[in-house]
Structure formats: structure tokens, C-alpha cells
Ligand binder design. Structure first.
Ligand SMILES: C[S@@+](CC[C@H](N)C(=O)[O-])C[C@H]1O[C@@H](n2cnc3c(N)ncnc32)[C@H](O)[C@@H]1O
Length: 335
């Protein structure tokens, strides 16, 4: 029942996000339901029912006899403020997008074919960026890059960096902003994501990042660092992509792979994070991979042994996990 109740909130979370309800409450609360509906410019009866559902979930707080509603500092950071590193609403873009994708994926279950990433509901594209951004902003510059000092030094001195499968370019733009001597290239096969990345770079005035539409096996250039953020397992041919990266890395170059944290043995992934990743993987990663050449369908929870094997078969000599947290592991590989 707890899981059913949590799933029942999915449409309410999307509506709350799209109408800016959490943000209004975060800025204006404590307020009565009537004040809230005026601030948010929504009907009072819907406002009341939404607020009560959120209180029942513990996502919104209330004063005595439920006369006023507000968000605690913790609730604000999870629900109200997009720039917070605890922000979780992006997950609901993906959850809603996956529901929209049911018809395509159900047919793929029967045929064994794939579903093109570009045929996903647009919620998936924005959701991927919004869901990963908090984790990248908490970890990338402060923990993951410093875990590989040679990479940090090259970025500081100025180097060529390629981010493959960059999507909206969240990771690429963080790196470009922090290391302005370096030139950052983001490549992805999905044109609307690349357009979004270039638009964002322009808006935030980042001049050292360039985004281009390219497959993981057809970009140009020679790089000091090549990264794959949460995308190698989405590719039909991760070995082909790793070999291509090997051939486009300088001899002393480094490949960095960010993948979901997972154990090799599926039973060890039978936990809250594993439940989410196996579900996301069934609805997104496996169909995307199967829609491409080879269609290896590694899955989001491939585990380190399979990933190391791919990198070693691609030619990399040293492979190791340099960081791991509840959601992600960072693997580095050198020639
Ligand atoms: C889960 S998203 C991750 C996006 C981004 N790296 C991030 O962390 O926000 C996977 C990305 O891989 C891209 N992708 C899938 N197959 C690809 C391929 N063969 N070549 C290049 N990009 C690919 C998709 O278009 C999508 O943007």
C-alpha cells in the first residue's frame, strides 16, 4: 500500500511542478488555502485537495488544525528550489514520461525490438537533465574530478575534453564553467537535447563549450579526457563506443565512466535504488539500446565486472572504481 500511495502522487507532483505550486508555497508560506490559491492563481477547491494530499505524504507541513500550510527548509530544498542539490522533482518528469511511453515499450516487449530514445515523451529529456543535475552539482566538481588528480590538473591547465551522450549538457557545462582554460565538446545523437545544451550555454554565457549532434562512434577530434555520464549502458554497442573513445584519446588520456551504482549479482541490487534503476532501465535504457546497432542492452544495473570487461576489450589497460555513492559509481580507464 505504501508503494501504491507513493505512485498515486505522480500526477499531483507533475501538476505541482508545472504550476509552480511548491515554489509558491516555499516562498509565500505559511498561508491559508485561500491565500495559497490566490498566490498560485489556481482554484481553491483543487488547491485544498492537493495541499491535503501533500500533507498526508509529509511533503507539505501545516499549523494547528490544518489552518495554514508551509514548507520546512528541508521540504523547500527537495521540492521548491530547482537549484538545490537535494531537488527531486526531476524524477517525476521521468516517472510521467515512462507512463506516456507504456504503449511503445509494451509492443517492444512482444517484438523484442527497441524504441528510439527520440520517440520518448519530451518529459524524459528534460527529466533526465533535472534528475541528474542535483547529483552532479553535489559531486562532480567537489568529489568526482578531485578523485582523479591528473584529470583535475589537465582541466586546470587547459585541455580538450569530450562528453559523449551529453544530453542537455549538464555535466559539460559544469566542467566548462569551472575550468575555463579547457575546451569542452558535448556530443549526443539526440538533436533537441543538443539544441537545448547550446541554448543553455549561450544563456549562461559559457564560451568554452560546444555541443554537436554526433553518435558515440562518429565524432571528430583527439581528447585528453573523454566522459560518458549515465549513458554507456544506453548505447546499442558500448564496446564499439569504448573502442572509438580509446582511438580518440591521447596516449596519456583518461576515460571516465559514470554509471549507476550496482553490484554484479542482481540479488544485491534488490533494494530501493535497485528497484528504481531496474524500472527506469526496463522503460528507457533497454529499449534505447535495443533500437541501435548490436542492441547489447547492458541495462542500468550492469555492475562493475561487465563494465570493466567492455573497457578492457576496448584496449584500456588500467580500469578502476575511483568513487562510489548510493546512486553512482565513477570508473576511470587509461591506455
Ligand atoms: C540517460 S541520458 C544521459 C544524458 C546526460 N549524459 C546526462 O547525464 O544528463 C542518455 C543519453 O545518451 C544518448 N545516447 C544514446 N545512445 C547514444 C549513441 N549511440 N551516441 C551518442 N549518444 C547516445 C541519448 O541521446 C541521451 O541523451
Amino acid at each position: 500500500m505504501q508503494d501504491v500511495s507513493a505512485s498515486a502522487l505522480i500526477p499531483l507532483m507533475r501538476i505541482g511542478d508545472e504550476l509552480g505550486l511548491f515554489n509558491v508555497l516555499g516562498r509565500k508560506g505559511p498561508c491559508t488555502e485561500s491565500e495559497f490559491s490566490n498566490y498560485a492563481k489556481i482554484d481553491q477547491r483543487y488547491a485544498r485537495e492537493w495541499l491535503l494530499a501533500m500533507c498526508a505524504a509529509g511533503y507539505v507541513s501545516h499549523t494547528d488544525r490544518v489552518s495554514k500550510f508551509y514548507l520546512t527548509e528541508e521540504q523547500k530544498s527537495v521540492f521548491a528550489f530547482e537549484e538545490s542539490s537535494a531537488f527531486m522533482l526531476g524524477a517525476y518528469d521521468i516517472l510521467s514520461g515512462n507512463i506516456h511511453n507504456i504503449d511503445n515499450v509494451r509492443e517492444a516487449f512482444k517484438t523484442g525490438k527497441g524504441v528510439n530514445y527520440s520517440d520518448s515523451h519530451p518529459c524524459i529529456f528534460s527529466g533526465t537533465a533535472r534528475f541528474f543535475r542535483p547529483s552532479y552539482s553535489a559531486n562532480l566538481l567537489e568529489k568526482w574530478i578531485p578523485a582523479i588528480p591528473s584529470v583535475e590538473k589537465k582541466l586546470q591547465d587547459g585541455c580538450n575534453f569530450a562528453d559523449i551522450g551529453c544530453g542537455f549538457g549538464v555535466s559539460s557545462l559544469m566542467i566548462a564553467n569551472a575550468f575555463q582554460n579547457s575546451k569542452i565538446y558535448g556530443f549526443d545523437i539526440h538533436r533537441p537535447s543538443i539544441e537545448n545544451a547550446n541554448k543553455e550555454a549561450k544563456q549562461i554565457k559559457i564560451n568554452n563549450a560546444i555541443f554537436k549532434v554526433a553518435d558515440a562512434e562518429n565524432y571528430d577530434g583527439e581528447f585528453d579526457i573523454i566522459t560518458f555520464f549515465d549513458c554507456l549502458h544506453d548505447m546499442g554497442d558500448p564496446l564499439g563506443a569504448s573502442k572509438y573513445a580509446f582511438n580518440h584519446l591521447k596516449n596519456d588520456g583518461t576515460l571516465i565512466l559514470i554509471e549507476p551504482s550496482a553490484a554484479d549479482d542482481p540479488e544485491e541490487n534488490f533494494n530501493t535504488i535497485g528497484q528504481m534503476y531496474y524500472a527506469f532501465s526496463t522503460m528507457g535504457c533497454v529499449p534505447t539500446s535495443k533500437s541501435q546497432k548490436k542492441g547489447l542492452a547492458l541495462g542500468a544495473q550492469a555492475g562493475p565486472t561487465k563494465l570493466f570487461k567492455i573497457l578492457e576489450n576496448a584496449g584500456f589497460k588500467t580500469t578502476k572504481i575511483v568513487k562510489k555513492n548510493a546512486t553512482n559509481m565513477v570508473i576511470m580507464a587509461e591506455k
